[in-house]
Design a protein around this ligand. Structure first.
Ligand code: BTN
Length: 262
């Protein structure tokens, strides 16, 4: 365990680094009871990286950033899903710090980071609740930093920061920037109990804003125009059929652009 690698007060103050692991999220969940709030578990490669909706997260060595942040919040479990949007904003700001205005960094609701219409980062949040209280939340982040080769279906929608900007960057520096932003946003979020103070910066980066989206609701797909987000994180979509405003909750549905990934 390395300590004090970061100039934050608690986020990443304790850092566990492994050359290879199955999944940093799985490690963080397993060790949660023994580790303090704010611990970061990172790895140079993962053999069983977990993605959203049961997918795998391909995690080759030496190129990218794979880490999980362990949180032990005192707010109610209903608020935890918003953390993933808080982290998306922190990741976007961290990338902007490092790459300046090389490219526009956007968030595809709720939490994919997109550069030039391609996904460069995914976030997976897992929570454990006991007797109605949060025991822990693990936010896992995978960022394609310096990877240049993508294969198969990933070629169509995934990329890396280096592929899009031509710039190779230090992964630890990016991690530090993200944790510094997250720490500030997290404290603001806990104080407010909602995303309200972060709505503007989030919507400024929202790739879906005023774009046509296809909402893949298991009860029936529909098209609409994204109008923004609520301060509880739902995407506001004006449905094409009847003009009705629908609040889309990320846990139930996913959203696609009509002409591509975003
Ligand atoms: C997604 O499907 O978009 C979310 C991907 C999240 C991947 C990261 S990599 C670090 C952490 N450990 C995991 O097993 N998954 C997350």
């Amino acid at each position: 365990m390395k300590e004090n690698f970061c100039e934050t007060s608690w986020a990443g103050k304790e850092l566990i680094y492994q050359e290879e692991t199955g999944s940093t999220n799985a490690d963080a969940v397993r060790l949660a009871s023994e580790l303090p709030h704010g611990t970061v578990i990172m790895a140079d490669s993962q053999t069983a990286g977990r993605g959203r909706r049961g997918r795998t997260w391909v995690s080759p060595k030496g190129e990218n950033l794979y880490f999980s942040l362990l949180l032990k919040p005192s707010f109610p479990p209903e608020q935890a899903s918003m953390l993933t949007l808080v982290m998306a904003l922190a990741v976007a700001c961290g990338i902007e710090d490092l790459y300046g205005n090389q490219k526009v960094v956007q968030i595809k609701w709720p939490n994919d980071i997109v550069v030039c219409g391609k996904k460069v980062c995914g976030i997976l949040t897992e929570m454990q609740v006991n007797a109605g209280n949060i025991s822990h939340v693990v936010i896992g982040i995978g960022i394609n930093v310096n990877q240049m080769c993508f294969e198969g279906e990933a070629l169509a929608f995934a990329s890396s920061l280096k592929k899009e900007t031509g710039l190779e960057k230090n992964r630890m520096e990016l991690l530090q920037r993200i944790l510094s932003h997250f720490e500030v946003f997290y404290e603001v979020f806990c104080e407010a109990g909602s995303l309200q103070p972060m709505l503007k910066p989030y919507e400024m980066r929202l790739a879906n804003l005023y774009q046509e989206v296809l909402v893949l609701d298991p009860k029936g797909e529909y098209k609409g125009i994204a109008q923004g987000i609520l301060n509880t994180g739902e995407l506001i979509v004006r449905r094409k059929d009847d003009g009705k405003e629908i609040f889309v909750y990320a846990g139930e549905v996913s959203v696609r652009g009509l002409f591509g990934y975003v």
